[in-house]
Ligand binder design. Structure first.
Ligand SMILES: Cc1cc2nc3c(=O)[nH]c(=O)nc-3n(C[C@H](O)[C@H](O)[C@H](O)COP(=O)(O)OP(=O)(O)OC[C@H]3O[C@@H](n4cnc5c(N)ncnc54)[C@H](O)[C@@H]3O)c2cc1C
Length: 447
């Protein structure tokens, strides 16, 4: 069936980006705005964010730093993000939410709604959309977007209807968490309209470990620096709490570099990868060595028969200690008196001098523990997609396609993915605001 109405703007997807871009377009003067949503509800992924609390942005946004974009958004070419975020930054985002009646709270730099409920953010967006007269059609699965012949307008085709519109914003999300509706459809339509798609891969996800390791370590949480050296010898790292769980390893530092590891594995057709854990990221190697020597000197007097692993129980979880020692060929069950049996003199200085090789190996075990990853958690559970519509084909101030007049992109569908901490939603708000405003301005100029 054909819907004869000519819309100013059709937005595809009623997620964070779709709702925000439609509101932005309306606020900037677009009149007839329609959102087509595949599922029967808006913002299903938004509801899951921040464990249901919605970490919607971050206070530590550093708009002027190359390192910021490189580390948080994994981009070497920072010009695109620099332009986009300067055009609509986190302060403007919070002011925009304030105007819609949403108040925020801060916790360790992370920004949340004061209710600490993602439902509140969705309610505010839906209330605003409704009062602006934005129509949302649910259960409308967009199957294609085409140019109308001899015109710059578009035809958007769902399973039931054909709609006509002057402008289109594609905000259909990436491929992560498909049960929320975003299953990567948008890439297909963008590709048909000539766009290059950087291969979508899971990011912000955990890795699978060998069964034997999972059995031994499941349930352990520890502070660690996680590093990965890719095939081009570039090192990615992040520090924070790691978590060994029922399938392998996760936690914020692991998730934050997961996109880099997975892309490297994919590009090199590798099924496995090795990352390195440093369990004492804030310790100098020399100080750690001296500390172990000091404890050895003390223990050999008080408890000479204690096992090597017992000596180190105070350093990290006992199950990990055993594995760490074994990783450098130490016998965790070796008695300290047998370990230090080469010399009579067992003072700290003597241990440092005469057991320097062993101490070096022990430090190495704690500071450079190699962990074999045998796979990763896929799109079903990852938090975000890396890859997507190539930035070279998008104008950063407007999010308009350089290939198709009147076509805009917003949110996760674009080749931008951020670290944990509200950076992905901030990208959704920024790109959506710019797309909505630009579409409205274009419409004004064409009337
Ligand atoms: C568990 C989890 C927790 C997260 N926590 C955070 C967090 O705390 N902070 C943060 O910054 N980020 C977080 N993220 C990431 C964040 O949720 C996403 O980056 C953001 O929601 C992307 O918004 P979007 O609107 O671009 O895409 P989506 O939210 O995926 O919305 C896309 C919409 O398009 C619809 N759609 C798809 N295809 C079609 C079609 N063919 N026709 C019509 N409609 C279609 C979908 O049904 C969906 O409603 C989290 C993600 C997950 C999965």
């Amino acid at each position: 069936m054909i819907d004869d109405e000519m819309y100013d703007l059709i937005v595809i997807g009623a997620g964070a980006s779709g709702l925000f871009s439609a509101i932005s377009a309306k606020n900037n003067g677009a009149e007839k705005v329609l959102i087509l949503e595949k599922t029967d509800k808006a913002g299903q992924k938004l509801l899951l964010t921040g464990d249901g609390r919605c970490n919607l942005s971050n206070q530590e946004f550093d708009l002027s730093s190359y390192n910021f974009y490189a580390q948080i958004y994994h981009k070497e070419n920072t010009a695109f993000l620099d332009t986009a975020f300067h055009s609509f930054d986190p302060d403007k985002t919070l002011a925009f939410f304030n105007d819609m009646g949403l108040m925020v709270s801060y916790r360790n730099g992370y920004i949340y709604p004061t209710s600490y409920q993602s439902r509140t953010v969705l309610q505010v967006l839906l209330r605003e959309a409704e009062s602006l007269g934005i129509v949302i059609e649910y259960n409308s699965n967009v199957r294609n977007i085409e140019h109308i012949e001899d015109s710059t307008d578009y035809q958007v085709i769902t399973q039931r209807f054909k709609y006509k519109s002057h402008c289109v914003i594609l905000a259909s999300g990436g491929s992560s968490f498909p049960k929320t509706g975003s299953s990567g459809d948008g890439y297909y339509y963008a590709k048909k309209l000539g766009h290059t798609i950087i291969k979508p891969l899971p990011a912000l996800t955990g890795f699978i470990l060998e069964d034997a390791i999972v059995e031994r370590l499941s349930g352990i949480r520890m502070m660690a620096k996680v590093s990965y050296r890719n095939h081009s010898q570039k090192v990615f790292f992040n520090t924070g709490e790691i978590q060994f769980n029922k399938y392998g390893i996760s936690g914020i530092p692991v998730m934050n570099i997961s996109g880099n590891i997975i892309r490297d594995m994919d590009e090199n057709k590798e099924q496995t990868a090795v990352c390195q854990l440093n369990f004492f990221p804030y310790w100098d190697e020399d100080i750690l060595s001296r500390q172990i020597a000091l404890n050895m000197a003390d223990f050999i007097e008080k408890r000479p028969f204690c096992l090597l692993e017992e000596l180190l129980y105070g350093y990290c979880n006992e199950k990990l200690v055993e594995l760490i020692l074994q990783s450098k060929d130490f016998d965790p069950k070796m008695r300290l008196c047998d370990f230090l049996n080469r010399r009579e003199d067992k003072t700290k200085e003597s241990i440092l001098q005469h057991y320097s090789n062993e101490l070096e190996r022990l430090c190495d075990a704690f500071l450079r523990f190699d962990l074999k990853l045998i796979g990763y958690q896929d799109f079903k559970t990852c938090q975000v997609t890396s890859g997507g519509i190539c930035l070279d084909e998008i104008e950063p101030e407007t999010m308009e396609s350089k290939l198709n007049d009147g076509l805009y992109f917003a949110g996760e569908i674009v080749d931008v993915d951020g670290a944990c901490g509200g950076y992905n939603l901030q990208w959704a708000w920024t790109s959506s605001y710019l797309a909505g405003r630009a579409a409205a301005i274009k419409l004004r100029h064409s009337n």
